[in-house]
Design a protein around this ligand. Structure first.
Ligand SMILES: [Zn+2]
Length: 327
């Protein structure tokens, strides 16, 4: 099953390319079963017959039909792979994120459908199994927390009144914890229920290898990390200074700026539940942006996202042959 046409490189090409349902289907099949050996996602059998008119297989093992969507985030969706794949392309390559309205307009689907697609795709982007930061020859890891929430001056009057109390108590803001490995430029970030010491430290222990050098501000939530983990912990006092030699958290703060810019520009309201997915989307784009050592382009990011969609992650080197690098 080979595609004669040149693979898309830009969004415009992607829209044209995937607008052909057959071509989108072939592309998805190639990504899902790179060795060309199609197997049933339900029972694993490779004995099946292809029903060309319906772009699906009949499995001789479990006697059921399956499509290329089964077992992926596209499963149970009535929308064609052509629309799905264009949406994946847009989401993983639009620097500041994209709204469901833009997707709806570009793909000719309802805003409700677009909203659903957006969240499913974010889920796939979020679920990549990440290696811990701070191990081996990694650099110092900057750790910081931020608060994300509606800004009162942009809100409708009645909502604003209702939220007045909440704002003073800061409870309407959702905390997000982030870590940046300064050497590999990889970020881990997640919504956390609160910024209590225990919460932050559990998240840190989940994401960091013991022995890592970490830089934080002097917030007490970062105090007294378990001695057994042998972290080298240096702090910067944000009341008096922002940088002390190498010790600062400006890298992760830059990530917060990107995150918040995207939220302001594109998303009207983000509930904590959805915020975690949105954070994942930003982390995906940040970790897979083009750098001198990792010259990823839009098509590479698209294929990485697609490999997560199908529950099969590719390594950077396997995907591009461009050498080592975390994905
Ligand atoms: Zn089967």
């Amino acid at each position: 099953m080979t595609t004669n046409l040149k693979k898309p490189v830009t969004l415009q090409q992607a829209i044209v390319y995937f607008s052909d349902a057959d071509r989108a289907f072939r592309y998805a099949v190639e990504l899902r079963w790179p060795d060309g050996k199609v197997s049933c996602p339900r029972c694993g059998s490779d004995s099946h017959s292809f029903i060309k008119t319906r772009r699906m297989w009949f499995c001789n093992g479990c006697k059921k039909q399956f499509t290329a969507k089964v077992g992926t985030i596209f499963e149970d969706s009535a929308l064609g792979l052509d629309k799905w794949m264009t949406a994946v392309w847009m989401i993983c390559n639009c620097k500041n994120g994209i709204s469901s309205y833009e997707i709806a307009r570009n793909l000719g689907v309802t805003q409700k459908s677009a909203w659903f697609m957006l969240h499913r795709i974010r889920e796939a982007m979020k679920n990549g199994s990440f290696a811990k930061l701070g191990g081996g020859d990694s650099g110092p890891v900057e750790i910081d927390e931020t608060f994300v929430g509606p800004s009162p001056e942009r809100m409708h009057c009645s909502r604003r009144l209702k939220l007045q109390t909440a704002i003073t108590q800061r409870t309407n803001k959702t905390p997000v914890l982030g870590m940046l490995d300064r050497e590999s430029r990889q970020v881990r970030a997640q919504v956390v229920p609160n910024v209590k010491r225990e919460t932050l430290q559990n998240a840190i222990l989940n994401q960091l290898e013991g022995g890592a050098t970490i830089y934080t501000d002097q917030y007490t939530g970062y105090d007294r990390l378990p001695a057994a983990k042998e972290f080298i912990h240096e702090t910067v006092n944000h009341v008096e200074e922002y940088v002390r030699g190498q010790v600062h958290t400006q890298g992760i703060e830059n990530f917060w700026s990107l995150l918040k810019r995207g939220l302001r520009g594109t998303y009207v309201a983000v509930e904590p539940f959805h915020l975690d997915r949105y954070v994942g989307e930003q982390v995906f784009r940040f970790n897979n942006r083009a750098t001198k050592d990792n010259p990823l382009n839009d098509a590479d990011r698209f294929m990485l996202a697609m490999s997560q969609v199908a529950g099969k992650r590719l390594t950077y080197s396997a995907l591009t042959g461009k050498g080592q690098g975390a994905v």
